[in-house]
Design a protein around this ligand. Structure first.
Ligand code: AP5
Length: 226
């Protein structure tokens, strides 16, 4: 399956993407995490991306499109992928249409996580990530680690992202409203879009997302392959 996850900052895209990808046995590709890997490596691309991320702005299209195109070309995406954080504007959406058309593949579904902005600000303010594996996501109130400041899964140190300051989050939300929200219309027009409420417990939202792609508990599993 090839799935896109759209939603404002802090909607829970990363939290759900890890679970959905594991459930569906497909690759989770996070645009933000790919850019943060470049920042960690100290590459020129990473330094350029970091400047925009710290300001709460989108990284230039030519940079993100190149990073995503390279990632989608790897062999591990053959079984499918769950793309989180890309595309974020119409230009990127059209670029992705072109990348998929060139490989004669297509998306199966686009899930739009919907959540009130007040909740997003609370979620981001309390978010803590593991330095050893950014897919290990915690929240000081909603999903606290067993030992303060330490990851339950690997013992790594927990930290707060440098673009999670409140003023930066407000800017990221403005950018989402003006640039990313129109992407929803792009996929609605293609008949691929399902809106999923991102309010509630993590498992409830996962169940809604799985139902939206026909993989809920009541749906029949795929027949065994011969
Ligand atoms: P990116 O890293 O993609 O950040 P984002 O889209 O702003 O989303 P977040 O990672 O902040 O939130 P999330 O929705 O994944 O929520 P999470 O699961 O962590 O992008 C960062 C920057 O990179 C951008 O600003 C931009 O500069 C750049 N960039 C990235 N992609 C780009 C692109 N395509 N083009 C250009 N630039 C790009 O959850 C948040 C918190 O809530 C956690 O603490 C979690 O534990 C908690 N939580 C989750 N679910 C629940 C729940 N159900 N109940 C209670 N708490 C919950």
């Amino acid at each position: 399956m090839r799935i896109l996850l759209i939603g404002p900052p802090g909607a829970g895209k990363g939290t759900q993407a890890v679970r959905l990808a594991a459930h569906l046995s497909i690759q989770h590709i996070s645009a933000g995490d790919l850019l943060r890997e470049h920042i960690d490596q100290g590459s020129e691309l990473g330094r350029n991306a970091h400047t925009h991320m710290l300001a709460g702005l989108l990284v230039p299209d030519e940079v993100t499109i190149e990073v995503i195109e390279e990632r989608l070309a790897r062999a591990d995406t053959v079984r499918g992928f769950l793309l989180d954080g890309f595309p974020r504007n119409r230009f990127q959406a059209e670029a992705l249409d072109g990348i998929l058309a060139a490989s004669e593949s297509r998306l199966d579904a686009v899930l739009d996580l919907e959540i009130p902005e007040a909740e997003v600000v609370r979620r981001i303010a309390g978010r803590r990530l593991c330095r050893q594996d950014r897919r290990h996501i915690f929240h000081v109130e909603y999903s606290p680690p067993e030992v303060a400041g330490r990851c339950n899964l690997c013992g790594g140190e927990l930290y707060q992202r440098d673009d999670d300051l409140e003023a930066t989050v407000r800017r990221r939300l403005e950018v989402y409203r003006s640039e990313t929200a129109p992407v929803v219309d792009h996929y609605r027009a293609q008949g691929l879009l399902t809106t999923v409420s991102a309010v509630g417990r993590v498992q409830e939202i996962l169940d809604r997302a799985l139902a939206a792609i026909g993989r809920g508990q009541d749906e029949a599993p795929d027949p065994p392959r011969s």
